[in-house]
Ligand binder design. Structure first.
Ligand SMILES: [Zn+2]
Length: 385
C-alpha cells in the first residue's frame, strides 16, 4: 500500500498487506487486486483506491447467463464503493469489458462484486444492511459516509435476497409501517416496510418506495399470496391507503392498530401542545415559559422513568395550570388502556378517555380522540388478539 516507510525496529517475519486481506475475505476468481493506493489530503487519509484487473488468460463471462463469451470492447473505468477499512473509504476501480454472448448479444461482462448497474458491490450492501439493523438508517449513512439512499437500497436488496432464498413458513403476524426520510411530504420521501412480528423479534420482510395502495399491494405480492392468506394479525398505522388494502387483501386476518402507533400519535400531540404553548408564553413575556424549557424528553418518556432533576422539573410543570401539563396527563392516563384484559372494560375506558380529551379544549388531544373513535373497532382488536 503506497510506499512503505522504513521500520525503525527489525522487520517482523510476516508483512501483512492489504492485498492479503482482500484475497482472504474477498477473493474473486479470475480477477486480481492490481494496485492499492492511499490518497489523502493535508496528511489525513481520505480514501483507498483498489484497481482490479482480470487475469490475462481469463475467459470472460456474460452477465446475463454467466457462460463464457468472447470479449468485445472495453468500457470506461468505473468505481464501486466498498467496505471501509479503519474508517477510510475504499473504492474498487475497474474498466469492465463487454462480451459478445451467442445468446444475449453484446453485454457487459459478469463482474463478481457487482450486480448489474448497482454502484455498490454486494459485500458493501451486505455490510450496510447489517449495520442498518443495529443503527437507524440515517445513522448508518452518517457512520459510513454513504447516502441515505445507498442504505435503503442495500437493505432492500438484502431483504429481497432473503425473500427469494427462504420459505416463509408460519408467519402469522405482520406489521406495516411507513418510513419518512428527507424533508417534505412528497411520496418519494416515504418508504413502506412490511415486517414479521414474532414472539421476540421483528424481521424485515419487504421494503419499497412510496406509501400508496400500489406500494403495499406490491409488497404483499412480494411476500407471497400463501403468506398473506395465512395471516392472523396485521398491525398498522391509521394511514388510509394501508387500511383499505389490508381490508381487501388480508380480510381474514384481524387488523390491529398497534400500541406503538397510538403511542406515537399521543406523543406527537403532547409535543405539539408544548411547542405551541412555549411560543405563546414567550411571545407574551411570561415567566412560565421557563417551565417548558428542556422538558421535551421528560414529557415523552413514561412518567415512572423520569428521575432526578428532570423529575423535579416535571413535577413543577405538572403542578402548573399549563396546557402542556394537562395534555401530558391525558397521554399518561391512556397507557392504562393497554392493561385491560376485558374487551368491555377496554371499550368503556376508551369512551371515558375520549370524553375527557374532547372536553380538554386542547385541539391536538381532541384530534387524537376523534381518530381513536373513528377506528374504535380496529383498536379494540388489540384485545381480541
Ligand atoms: Zn449470455
Amino acid at each position: 500500500m503506497g510506499t512503505a516507510e522504513k521500520p525503525s525496529t527489525r522487520r517482523p517475519a510476516i508483512q501483512l498487506n492489504v492485498k492479503t486481506i482482500l484475497n482472504q475475505i474477498q477473493p474473486h476468481a479470475g480477477f486480481v487486486f492490481q494496485d492499492i493506493r492511499l490518497h489523502g489530503r493535508h496528511g489525513q487519509p481520505e480514501r483507498i483506491e483498489i484497481s482490479v484487473r482480470a487475469h490475462e488468460g481469463m475467459q470472460r463471462r456474460c452477465s446475463q447467463c454467466q457462460r463464457p463469451a468472447p470479449g468485445y470492447d472495453e468500457l470506461r473505468e468505473r468505481a464501486w464503493r466498498h467496505v471501509p477499512l479503519w474508517g477510510i473509504a475504499v473504492w474498487f476501480h475497474d474498466a469492465p469489458r463487454r462480451v459478445e454472448c451467442p445468446e444475449h448479444g453484446v453485454v457487459v461482462e459478469d463482474i463478481p462484486w457487482s450486480e448489474g448497474k448497482r454502484r455498490l458491490p454486494a459485500a458493501m450492501m451486505g455490510f450496510l444492511a447489517r449495520w442498518a439493523r443495529r443503527l437507524s438508517w440515517r445513522e448508518t449513512a452518517e457512520a459510513f459516509q454513504v447516502s441515505w439512499e445507498a442504505v435503503y437500497r442495500s437493505v432492500a436488496w438484502f431483504v429481497a435476497w432473503g425473500l427469494a432464498h427462504r420459505a416463509l413458513k408460519g408467519v402469522e403476524s405482520i406489521g406495516v409501517d411507513e418510513i419518512h426520510w428527507g424533508r417534505g411530504l412528497r411520496a418519494s420521501n416515504f418508504l413502506t416496510v412490511i415486517y414479521q412480528i414474532g414472539a421476540h423479534c421483528r424481521r424485515l420482510l419487504w421494503v419499497g418506495p412510496g406509501r400508496s395502495q400500489r406500494t403495499l399491494h406490491q409488497g404483499l405480492k412480494a411476500v407471497g399470496p400463501e403468506v398473506v392468506k395465512g395471516l392472523r394479525f396485521v398491525c398498522s398505522d391509521m394511514w388510509k391507503p394501508y387500511l383499505d388494502i389490508i381490508a381487501a387483501q388480508a380480510g381474514e386476518a384481524l387488523h390491529v392498530l398497534d400500541r406503538f402507533h397510538i403511542t406515537l400519535h399521543l406523543h406527537q400531540a403532547v409535543d405539539h401542545v408544548r411547542r405551541a404553548e412555549s411560543v405563546r408564553l414567550r411571545a407574551a413575556g411570561q415567566a412560565a415559559a421557563e417551565q417548558l424549557k428542556h422538558t421535551r424528553w421528560s414529557l415523552l418518556r413514561r412518567s415512572s422513568r423520569v428521575r432526578g432533576r428532570a423529575r423535579q422539573k416535571l413535577n413543577a410543570l405538572l403542578a402548573s395550570k399549563l396546557r402542556t401539563a394537562r395534555a401530558w396527563e391525558l397521554k399518561e392516563v391512556f397507557s392504562h388502556f393497554w392493561k385491560y384484559r376485558s374487551l368491555t372494560w377496554a371499550g368503556a375506558f376508551l369512551d371515558y378517555w375520549c370524553y375527557r380529551a374532547m372536553r380538554s379544549r386542547i385541539e391536538p388531544m381532541k384530534r387524537v380522540a376523534r381518530m381513536l373513535r373513528a377506528h374504535e373497532e380496529l383498536l379494540l382488536n388489540w384485545f381480541r388478539a
